[in-house]
Ligand binder design. Structure first.
Ligand SMILES: NC(=O)c1ccc[n+]([C@@H]2O[C@H](COP(=O)([O-])OP(=O)(O)OC[C@H]3O[C@@H](n4cnc5c(N)ncnc54)[C@H](OP(=O)(O)O)[C@@H]3O)[C@@H](O)[C@H]2O)c1
Length: 339
C-alpha cells in the first residue's frame, strides 16, 4: 500500500549532525515516463557528509532530500513506461532524493538490479562500485600483473577497488589508518600499508595504477610515486577539513585540493572521475558500463562489503554520518528507511 506522505531527510540548512532529522513529506507521484520506487536501502556516501556540511559544490541548493543512491522495488509506473514492471528490483543513482521511503525517477534513470545481490549490496553499486570500476577498467585500462595502490582501501570505494583489482590478477597495495582496517584489507587479498610508509615501501616497485581519494600530502606523494606509463585517477580529498568560520582553513583546503601541472608528469596519465556527473548527465554512457560491470561481478562472484553493524535505521542517520566522519566504517554504510 502506498501512502500520501513518507519519511525523508530533507536538508533544510547545512551544518553539523544536528541538521539531520527525519520528517514527513508528500510521497512523489510518477509522471507518464517515470517510475516510483520504494526504497529498501540507501547507500551513504562520503559526499553526503560534504553536502550536509555545505562543502560539496555539485550538491543541489537547499532544501532538498539528501542521498545519491539506493536500491528498492518498483511501486508504480507511468503510462508510457515499458522497461519496468511493478515489483522489479532496481538501483538508483541520482543527484539527490534517496534518504526517503520513495523516490521518483525517469524510466531511463533506473538501473536493473542483478539477481545475485541483496538490497544492502545493491545500494553500494552506483557510488562505490561504479567509481572503482570506471577508474580501473574504463579509464586506467588495468591489466593483470600490474601493480595497484588503492588509497583508503577499507572504505566503500576502497573495498570495491581492491576486490576488482585482485580479481583481475593485479598486485594490490592499499592504505588505511588502523590495524583493524589493515587486517581487513589483507583479508581481501591486498597488502596493507600506512599513509606514512606507502611511498617508502613501494619506491622500488612503483604502482602502475593509483586510486587517490585523500588529497593534500598523500596526493602529492602518490603522484611522485607513479611508475612510468602509470595512471593515477583522482576521485576525492577526504583529508580536507574546513571550519566555515576560519578563513585560514579555507586557504588550507584550497592548498590541499588535488592539483597537477604538466611538469609533474612524464609519460604518465592523470585522470579525474566524478561518477555522479556521469550518472546524472551522461546516462547513455553509464548503461553499457553498468552492464559490463554487473556481468563481471557475477562472473567473478564479487559482492560489495556491507557489515550488519553498519546498517542503520533511517532514524539513526546522525550515527551513520558520524561513523563515516570519524573513519569508523569498514565497507559501506547503509540506511534502512523502513525503520
Ligand atoms: N569522484 C567520484 O565519483 C567519487 C565517488 C565516490 C566516492 N568518492 C570519494 O572517494 C572517497 C571514499 O568515499 P567513500 O564514500 O567510499 O567513503 P569511505 O572510504 O567509506 O570513507 C572515507 C575514508 O577516507 C579515509 N580518510 C583518509 N584520510 C582521511 C581524513 N583525513 N579524514 C577522514 N577520512 C579520511 C578514511 O579511511 P582510513 O581511516 O582507512 O584512512 C575514511 O574511512 C571520498 O573521498 C569520496 O569523496 C568519489
Amino acid at each position: 500500500m502506498r501512502l500520501n506522505s513518507m519519511k525523508a531527510i530533507v536538508l533544510e540548512k547545512t551544518g553539523g549532525l544536528d541538521v539531520l532529522a527525519v520528517t514527513q513529506v508528500p510521497t512523489p507521484q510518477p509522471g507518464a515516463n517515470e517510475v516510483l520506487i520504494r526504497i529498501h536501502c540507501v547507500g551513504v556516501n562520503y559526499a553526503d557528509i560534504l553536502s550536509r556540511q555545505g562543502l560539496y559544490n555539485w550538491a543541489n541548493k537547499i532544501p532538498y532530500i539528501l542521498g545519491l543512491e539506493s536500491s528498492g522495488t518498483v511501486a508504480a509506473i507511468g503510462s508510457n513506461v515499458r522497461k519496468f514492471e511493478v515489483g522489479d528490483r532496481v538501483v538508483v543513482g541520482s543527484k539527490n532524493g534517496n534518504y526517503a521511503e520513495f523516490i521518483v525517477q525517469p524510466e531511463d534513470g533506473v538501473l536493473p538490479a542483478p539477481e545475485t545481490l541483496d538490497f544492502p549490496e545493491l545500494a553500494c553499486l552506483c557510488g562505490n562500485w561504479m567509481t572503482a570500476w570506471i577508474a580501473l577498467f574504463e579509464l586506467a585500462r588495468m591489466r593483470s600483473g600490474e601493480i595497484a595502490l588503492i588509497q583508503s582501501g577499507a572504505g566503500g570505494v576502497g573495498t570495491a577497488a581492491i576486490q576488482l583489482a585482485v580479481s583481475l590478477g593485479m598486485r594490490v597495495y592499499a592504505t588505511s589508518s588502523t590495524p583493524g582496517k589493515m587486517e581487513y584489507i589483507r583479508s581481501l587479498g591486498a597488502t596493507p600499508l600506512s599513509y606514512e610508509e606507502f611511498d617508502g615501501v613501494l619506491a622500488t616497485h612503483p604502482p602502475d595504477f593509483i586510486l587517490e581519494s585523500v588529497g593534500g600530502e598523500v596526493h602529492r606523494r602518490s603522484l611522485n610515486l607513479l611508475a612510468p606509463l602509470g595512471r593515477l585517477v583522482t576521485i576525492g580529498a577526504s583529508s580536507i577539513r574546513v571550519n566555515q568560520l576560519n578563513p585560514f582553513s579555507w586557504y588550507n583546503a584550497w592548498r590541499n585540493l588535488p592539483k597537477v601541472s604538466s611538469k609533474d608528469l612524464n609519460s604518465q596519465a592523470y585522470m579525474t572521475l566524478h561518477v555522479g556527473f556521469l550518472l546524472e548527465d551522461h546516462r547513455e554512457r553509464i548503461v553499457p558500463i553498468w552492464t559490463r560491470m554487473v556481468e563481471y561481478m557475477t562472473e567473478h562472484g564479487l559482492k560489495p562489503i556491507v557489515q550488519p553493524a553498519f546498517i542503520y535505521p533511517m532514524s539513526e542517520v546522525r550515527t551513520a554520518h558520524q561513523v563515516i566522519e570519524t573513519r569508523k566504517n569498514i565497507g559501506k554504510v547503509i540506511l534502512d528507511p523502513s525503520r
